[in-house]
Design a protein around this ligand. Structure first.
Ligand SMILES: NC(=O)c1ccc[n+]([C@@H]2O[C@H](COP(=O)([O-])OP(=O)(O)OC[C@H]3O[C@@H](n4cnc5c(N)ncnc54)[C@H](O)[C@@H]3O)[C@@H](O)[C@H]2O)c1
Length: 265
């Protein structure tokens, strides 16, 4: 079977739900071997079980002859040793790591003046510390392998354009963009590419409360493509950036928002 990610070992964080789940399914359809990171609670363990069935279905639907090879690893991304534990799971199972997708994240809507220090720290630890320290572990592995690699981070349009009640969250995603640009510059010599995908409003558990009621219609009306995003809308650009199709693309932030952030008038 030929796919964009045929035979590549892809780590995806926080992939039991939402956008991460869709990325896992797209990568399975594109022929990847998967390291399915999740938070490790009972809900995530159950969700990973059903995800595995969907991965096989996606692989077969794409013409694959065997099931999708995968291993799952449940650990809070803020734990000190999480990065190395995830890399060890990948190398023990598959012998290498070729692609890393930073997807795990949280977003609690809160008025700027009410955001507490612990709340800000938690957002920073998960949304930025997680990608930062996991990148360190993966990059060291990729340098040892000597064949380059691709790191794709799920950032957010809020990093560039802001959002009411999300100053603390937007700052973590701006930090991810800073890391992306700096690592692209610093690690290009090893053939390691760093890129980001910045989603607009995508319908997932993360924003289901915020989108209840009139706000949903308002936001939908604002999108030139006429609808809010779905997790699959993010998964396909991620697969492209992860793949060798994007072999000369590094340090970029691809906005995937149906045109919403251009629509200012
Ligand atoms: N939904 C949107 O509109 C939107 C827009 C822009 C960016 N994003 C980003 O997309 C990514 C995925 O979000 P989603 O919308 O699919 O929401 P989601 O809540 O379905 O997914 C987030 C995932 O991260 C995991 N996670 C959270 N904290 C963790 C931790 N400490 N350790 C390990 N895993 C942890 C969760 O278990 C969950 O599986 C996030 O980084 C989010 O910031 C989402």
């Amino acid at each position: 079977m030929l796919g964009l990610l045929s035979g590549k070992v892809v780590i995806i964080t926080g992939c039991s739900s939402g956008i991460g789940r869709a990325i896992a399914i797209e990568c399975a359809a594109q022929g990847a071997k998967l390291v399915l990171h999740h938070i490790g609670d009972a809900q995530a363990l159950g969700d990973i079980k059903t995800l595995r069935i969907e991965l096989d279905q996606a692989r077969r639907a794409a013409g694959g002859e065997c099931a999708c090879e995968s291993v799952d690893i449940g650990i809070d991304i803020t734990q000190e040793t999480a990065g190395q534990i995830i890399v060890d799971a990948a190398t023990k199972t598959f012998g290498e790591v070729n692609v890393l997708v930073h997807n795990a994240g949280i977003a609690q809507f809160e008025d700027f003046v009410r955001v507490s220090r612990p709340q800000l720290k938690r957002h920073m630890d998960i949304n930025f510390g997680g990608p930062f320290f996991l990148s360190q572990a993966v990059v060291q592995q990729m340098i040892t392998q000597g064949r380059g690699g691709s790191v794709v981070s799920i950032a957010s349009v809020t990093a560039t354009f802001g959002a009411s009640q999300l100053a603390h969250y937007a700052a973590t995603k701006a930090a991810v963009l800073g890391m992306t640009a700096s690592c692209a510059v610093g690690l290009g010599r090893y053939g390691i590419r760093f890129n980001a995908v910045s989603p607009g409003t995508i319908e997932t558990a993360m924003n289901s409360k915020d989108l209840a009621g009139a706000k949903r219609d308002l936001m939908e009306a604002h999108v030139p493509l006429g609808r809010l995003g779905m997790p699959e809308d993010i998964a396909k650009p991620v697969a492209f950036l992860a793949s060798d199709m994007a072999r000369y693309v590094t340090g970029q932030n691809l906005i995937v928002d149906g045109g919403a952030t251009l629509n200012y008038q």
